[in-house]
Each structure stands twice: as structure tokens, then as C-alpha cells.
Design a binder for this molecule. Sequence first.
Ligand SMILES: Cc1cc2nc3c(=O)[nH]c(=O)nc-3n(C[C@H](O)[C@H](O)[C@H](O)COP(=O)(O)O)c2cc1C
Length: 479
Amino acid sequence: MFRFSEHRLQACEGETGLKSATFYDLAHRRRSTRLFKDKSVSPEIIRRIVSAAIEAPSSCNRQLWHCVVVTEPAVKMRMNKFSSAEQSYLYDAPVLLAVFYDCSLENHNPCKTPFITAGMAIYAMLLAAEEEGLGAIYLGGIRNPAGIAKALNAPPWLTNVGVICLGHKADDPPCPPRRPVDEILSYEECDSKPAHFHADIRPHLWTLRQLADFRDKLIWYKGIHIDGLTLHADPDARFSEKYRYLTGRIGMLCAQYEKPSVLDILSLNGALILQMLNTCSDDIGTLYAYELTPGTLEYMNAYFKTLIRPENLQGIVNEDPDTLRIPLPDSSVDLITCYERLEHFDDPAPLLREIYRVLKPGGKVLAVVSNRFYPHLYRYKRMKKRKYALGRNWNRGPERKYNPREIEACFRATGFTIDGMTGLQPVERKILGVIEQLCKKFKRYNRADALAARSERMYTNRTVSRYLCSSLAYEISRQ
Ligand SMILES: Cc1cc2nc3c(=O)[nH]c(=O)nc-3n(C[C@H](O)[C@H](O)[C@H](O)COP(=O)(O)O)c2cc1C
């Protein structure tokens, strides 16, 4: 990962006469701060920070910025209410700097110059805050920026371009992972990459190269589990119940083998791997993480380094960009986990054949598959029209859901024996969830709590149907 290490700075000094590392240090030190002390910031400091905006370049040197400093809780409440921002720092930060720009003169500029100009000023203010020893974060995720303008009585020609939350840091956030500089730098022309991820999530449109590219990019913005309070990477993240079920089951399966070799298919951020290492690493011989690109595994290694020292973890990468091939010899692993990865493929057969090939006779696969028949209402309309249901979340990439009979036929056609299936998150649970929400709406909190406790116990399938579940956890084996 790229850092302005001393070594690099020395190289720069020789070449460019760079006098000090001050700016690069500052740029590297600045982090988005999300926790603030309850301590005010003096008006002089705020003034100095805003003066950094004045130094920023602006289109035609117009400098049509305007900043509004807010410290009054009542005004903050109004900003929250009108903008539907719903981010805690809008209440917690002692100072809010609402940034506006007069876009009226540059409205038609195709280069979106007002927003570029505003962005430059905002970054200058974030750096200045760091230089002042303060913490700051820029909030762009405001659903209705016009609400900020309304709350602050802005004239119609000023457009709100976000809010900077400012204050004394109550924590020291680590640097979220950064792409290596070589990946974003090229000379004379753009690196023309042969594959770019697709804009349509129906898997039959995707090539393997596109999937690899998507996973490589996804990792940087979806790669870390975040602690809900501080938004830092959270080593003890309480993963979903699905993860807990899976790792519990994997732990039990591991106990059936003597130091088994375990392979996780398309590990991405390593969330499942991390859980396995936390829960049953002593029982595992070698743990393989299979991915499509080296970048994805690089990320995982960098992330794990700060949490655990996984001596028994080995990343393995698909070699041919056009063919799925797990780079392991035939019949070499005892257990395989494939957590909602078959969904990426229009035809799951090539991946299933590879899984079969590397599995030892007598070995087992824990494959979790999303169920096509689970009543996700948002998907229903599309399912009626198309072969593929769109996933809830674009970040999951190409995604299809399986009819249980169809995927079971694929398992059998590959040569697997189906040892068992557990439905996860049964439909009853979903219904209880809806009633729970209604109880909360009508302030029947005791009833809502009781329903929540009941649905907690109902994680695996119960009464209506073994198949009416959001995901199907299959245990399949090679005889
Ligand atoms: C345009 C833009 C919008 C952002 N909006 C939000 C936001 O709404 N909420 C938030 O917590 N962080 C927001 N951020 C901060 C980013 O999450 C943060 O910069 C990124 O994760 C990198 O972390 P760092 O700033 O500590 O280096 C935004 C950043 C930018 C540039």
C-alpha cells in the first residue's frame, strides 16, 4: 500500500528539491473524524480554517463560496430535519460549516466547474482543520441538500454543496485502505483495461473478466466491516446470523476431520475467513482463500495483518482470466465453503465442477444459495418479467437467485450427493418482523420485544416449508 514513507520522500527530495515532508505528512495525517469531544472551537480558529478556502483555486477566480458556521443545537436540529441527513455527526460535532456555492454563473459549464471549485475549497478546509489539530469530516451523504439551504435561509442562488463537521477529535481513526498509486497512474494515455465491470447485474451478461474486475473494485469500498459507533474497521464485528450459523457449522465439520484443509470460494473481504480463523483456526490445517485477482487477496492480507496473524492462511488466485480454475491439485481439500457465490454465475456448473475436482473423496461442501422463492417484494415484479431477480444491493455484483430444485439438480449433475439442507431466515421470521415493526409504530414495545426474541430463535427453518427461506444452506459431499 502506498505511503509517503521516508524512503519515498528521500527519493523525491533528490529529484525535485522538496524541502520538507510537511504537506505530505499533513495529507496523510488527515482522516475523516466521526467522534467529537463536547468542546467548543474558538471563532479565530474557524476563521483561519475558512481562510484556507480563500486560497483554493476557483473557476475564473470568481470565489463565489459562502460558508455558514452553525453551533446552536436548535439550528442543527433544523438542518437535520429539513435535509433528512440522519448522520450522528450533524448533532454531535460542536461546529458545522455549511458550504454553499453560487452556481448561477456556471450552471451550463459542462465541466461542472462550480462543484469542482467547491470541492477544492472543502479539501483545503479539511486540511486546515487537521493543521489546527482539529478533526473534521465532509458530509456529502445528505439526502436533501436543499433542506440545508432552507434551514439556513440561504438565498435561491446559493447551492448547498455539503457540510463540514468540525471539532476536537474524540478518537484517532486509522487510515482506511487506499488503492496502490500504480493502479491509478499511467503515462501518456489511459491504461486501456480489457474488462470493466458491467452496469447490469444480470449474470448472463457478465464475462469472468468483468466479474474479476468488479470484485477488484468492490473491495475498496465494501471491503471492511465497520464498527457502528466509530466507523472504523472492527476486528470483533458481530457478523450476520448467517455467518454465525456458517462458522458454527464449519467448526462442527472440522471436528470430523484430522486438521482438515479448508477452501473458501471467492473470499472477497475475507469476512467468512476471519470468522473461521477466530472460531476454529486451531482445528484447521491449511485454509485457502480463492479469489479471481491478486488485488483482492492483497487487500485481505493488508486487512488481516492488523487483526490476526493467520499463519495457516494461503491466498490462491485464478490464473487464466477467461477460465475458472481453482489452482489446487485434484482431490486436495477436505472442506469447502461457498457462501452465496454461485449466484454470480448464470451457469453454476463450471464452478461446481472445479469445486468437485479439488475436493477429496469423502470431503464436504457447505454451499449457501439465495432462494428464488423468498418473497422479497422489491424483487417480485422483476422476477415475473425476467429470468433474473435483481439483488437488493448493487454492491453484491451480478446476482441471480436459485430455484431449490434447479440448484439441487446442478449439484447432482456434477456428481455431488446432497447430505442435507437447512433453510436460513424462514418466511415466518419475515412475517414476525413486519408485525414487530407495526407494534413499534403503535408503541407496543413489550410486544415488539417479545416478537423479536421469538424471531431470534427462529433463525433456521421451522414450520411452513423447508424451502420458504431466504437462503438455503446445503451440505453436499463427494463420495
Ligand atoms: C463527496 C464525499 C462525500 C462523503 N460523504 C460522507 C458521508 O455522508 N458520511 C460519512 O461518514 N463520510 C462521508 N465522506 C467521507 C468518506 O467516507 C471518507 O473520506 C473516506 O472513507 C476516506 O476516509 P478518510 O477521509 O479518513 O481518508 C464523504 C467523502 C466525500 C469525498
